[in-house]
Design a protein around this ligand. Structure first.
Ligand SMILES: NC(=O)c1ccc[n+]([C@@H]2O[C@H](COP(=O)([O-])OP(=O)(O)OC[C@H]3O[C@@H](n4cnc5c(N)ncnc54)[C@H](O)[C@@H]3O)[C@@H](O)[C@H]2O)c1
Length: 257
């Protein structure tokens, strides 16, 4: 199954993160050559080692996705040394939950820059090559917050709604070139992103830290949080031939929430 993925080159942004790491492992298990890019060198290299320990090829390149010239530099290295990029998964992201009136322009700009502009610039780096080869898969990891805004998530939600607009527009423009561009909207996955935002989230929502997980699960019809693997499985589907007639979609992976 998924033999069409063998030796395809995939760039995964945010490969040092919880979801990016799982996506890297999942695709490598189907013989995709995985190239992780992230600004967290320690965890980025760990992801590469984990994938290699599974007996698969893996690369890591450091990048700052808020810096256009750094993005260009890293994609030049990848396309010169590893090969043309067949699959791009934009999983890097930041989230700073906070009351709307405390959201400074600096926080707003940084969130849009990394989550939305970073994804836009990465797609620009790979799309011409995909057009030339008449093959390409782009998956943008948006969020449930890209479908539904909620208290304390103005900058994050705006960036994630933006990613869905970006997905639909690029999908439409390149559909004739056989390039599939889709988004995935995860619900709640306890990754390092959650560890970083936990205190802000608890004070924003007024939760008791001990009850927080139960409070979150209570909202989810399928009665559990999402896992990294739930998201990676959806990515696998969207980069495989099983979904070759699907483009411009945003797939909620939220347990019905
Ligand atoms: N975890 C969740 O509950 C959840 C829910 C919905 C959507 N998402 C989305 O899923 C994606 C992955 O999230 P995660 O939970 O794995 O988070 P994570 O914090 O574990 O991973 C995000 C990664 O992005 C990297 N990154 C941040 N800024 C960067 C920059 N300037 N340059 C390069 N890399 C940078 C970080 O180093 C990190 O490794 C994100 O886009 C996030 O918004 C997560």
């Amino acid at each position: 199954m998924f033999e069409e993925l063998k030796d395809k080159v995939a760039v995964i942004t945010g490969s040092a993160g919880g979801i990016g790491r799982e996506i890297s492992q999942k695709l490598a298990n189907f013989n995709v050559v995985v190239v992780g890019i992230d600004n967290d060198k320690k965890r980025g290299l760990e992801t590469k080692e984990i994938v290699e320990a599974g007996g698969h090829a893996a690369y890591y390149e450091p990048v700052d996705l808020s810096d256009e010239s750094d993005i260009k530099r890293v994609f030049e290295i990848i396309q010169k040394n590893i090969g043309p990029v067949d699959i791009l998964v934009n999983s890097a992201g930041v989230c700073r939950p906070m009351p709307f009136m405390k959201t400074t322009k600096e926080i707003w700009d940084k969130t849009i820059e990394i989550n939305l502009t970073g994804a836009f610039l990465c797609i620009q780096q790979v799309i011409n090559g995909m057009v030339e080869r008449g093959y390409g898969k782009v998956v943008n990891i948006s969020s449930r917050s890209g479908m539904i805004g909620s208290k304390g998530f103005a900058s994050y939600s705006a960036s994630k709604f933006g990613e869905i607009g970006l997905t639909q527009s690029v999908a439409n423009e390149f559909a004739k070139n056989h390039i599939n561009v889709n988004a995935i909207c995860p619900g709640i996955v306890f990754t390092p992103m959650w560890e970083k935002q936990l205190d802000d989230y608890i004070s924003l929502k007024g939760y008791n830290p001990d009850d927080m997980q139960a409070e979150l699960v209570r909202k989810i019809p399928m009665d559990r949080l999402q896992t990294e693997e739930d998201i990676a499985n959806a990515v696998l589907f969207l980069v495989s031939d099983m979904s070759k007639n699907i483009t411009g979609q945003a797939l909620m992976v939220t347990g019905g929430y």
